[in-house]
Ligand binder design. Structure first.
Ligand SMILES: [Zn+2]
Length: 117
């Protein structure tokens, strides 16, 4: 099993596989926050911890990146093994905004609410 997690830059539209634990690893797919922080090698911003199952959209897929940013800011992480019964996270900004507004409980709403700046 991979011990790496996904960290993203919403300005550069890139993500990186990096370890999340200072020491060792428990291989959880449900990790909501990382112990370690990284900065984007392109722009120097602190990368957003996305969870283990984030699939990086293509760099040209701006609306998917924006949807992921909105979800991340609202506390959603790409956690789990796909085995939960909550809805799949949306991939467009408009559906993400509605989803965030109306989804109070979700298996992937596990992280802190944050602001990407
Ligand atoms: Zn960047």
């Amino acid at each position: 099993m991979s011990s790496l997690y996904k960290f993203a830059c919403f300005d550069c539209f890139v993500s990186f596989n990096r370890p999340a634990f200072k020491k060792g690893n428990n291989y959880t797919a449900w990790l909501a926050e990382s112990e370690l922080e990284y900065v984007c090698p392109n722009c120097g911003k602190t990368l957003a911890f996305m969870g283990r199952n984030f699939r990086s959209p293509k760099r040209t897929a701006e609306s998917k990146w924006l949807a992921s940013k909105l979800l991340w800011e609202a506390g959603f992480r790409y956690v789990g093994s796909g085995g939960h019964e909550s809805e799949t996270l949306p991939e467009t900004p408009a559906s993400a905004r509605a989803f965030i507004k109306f989804t109070k409980h979700h298996a992937q709403k596990v992280g802190a609410v944050k602001n990407w700046r």
